[in-house]
Design a protein around this ligand. Structure first.
Ligand code: HEC
Ligand code: HEC
Length: 208
């Protein structure tokens, strides 16, 4: 009898625990939107941008920690053809809710940075980034992209981005191959020399 009492008692203690256990495992904050995003990333985006948005190949932009509304704008621009390239094919069938879910997914991933080897050259980039070039009319990048290249809601984060991707984009803004933002970045990039582009890209890639 006494043993039976203990048996039930033990059951009383354990049963609420065991009943509530599976919940965190299955519902650990994973929303249906996050599941949709993960499926699309695994099926389509991972190949170039990496599962965590780390983009191990330097010609593909890192999306980890990029701002949500900037990602949303770019995916809309790719879908509408406003911004052209490889991504048009990737974005053409995405719905608005999928775009939002993907932007949430990548913006919440931890940011990364590069180790800059050429410190002297990065100093030239530091100057352009923080002071601009008053002789040619280049504004300081920091005035929009932030003191640490962190960006803001619709201004892209540049910190930790691949150097090669940054310099490619600056060149494309200059030649208007990238023409989804003719107002600002075309005018900035058209005043940069090749050396300034390489230097500022080197500097920004090492920011965190
Ligand atoms: C075949 C490679 C490839 C695949 C797959 C791919 N992308 Fe891209 N993505 C690129 C390239 C390359 C760029 C840079 C723009 C350019 O040069 O065309 C880019 C740019 C982007 C940008 C803009 C980033 C910025 O900083 O402006 C976003 C956002 C993006 N991709 C999201 C996605 C999503 C979401 C998927 C999956 C649905 C995806 N990409 C699949 C190659 C790819
Ligand atoms: C007046 C504000 C402003 C200034 C100054 C500015 N930018 Fe930008 N930059 C923007 C905006 C806005 C975008 C996003 C364009 C879009 O919507 O596609 C952008 C986009 C970019 C991109 C593309 C990022 C990506 O992920 O594809 C790069 C690279 C960039 N800027 C570099 C620079 C550099 C380097 C400087 C300084 C020489 C600079 N910017 C100065 C506003 C600015």
């Amino acid at each position: 009898m006494f043993r039976l009492f203990w048996f039930f008692c033990l059951f009383c203690i354990l049963s609420p625990l065991s009943a509530s256990e599976p919940e965190p495992a299955t519902e650990a904050g994973v929303t249906p939107e996050a599941e949709v995003a993960l499926k699309i990333v695994q099926g389509k985006c991972q190949l170039c941008h990496g599962l965590e948005g780390e983009a191990s190949n330097v010609v593909y932009p890192r999306l980890a920690g990029q701002h949500k509304n900037y990602i949303v704008k770019q995916l809309h621009d790719f879908r509408s053809g406003q911004r052209t390239g490889t991504m048009n094919e990737m974005a053409k069938d995405l719905t608005d809710p999928e775009i939002t879910a993907l932007a949430d997914y990548f913006s919440s991933k931890p940011t990364l940075k590069h180790r800059v080897r050429n410190k002297e050259f990065a100093q030239v980039g530091w100057y352009i980034f923080h002071r601009g070039n008053e002789y040619s009319g280049v504004p300081a990048c920091a005035s929009c992209h932030g003191e640490n290249g962190e960006g803001s809601d619709i201004l892209p984060r540049l910190a930790g981005q691949h150097k090669r991707y940054i310099s490619d984009q600056l060149t494309e803004f200059h030649t208007r191959k990238r023409h989804n933002d003719n107002a600002i970045m075309h005018s900035v990039a058209s005043k940069l020399t090749e050396m300034e582009i390489e230097a500022v890209a080197t500097y920004a890639s090492g920011l965190e």
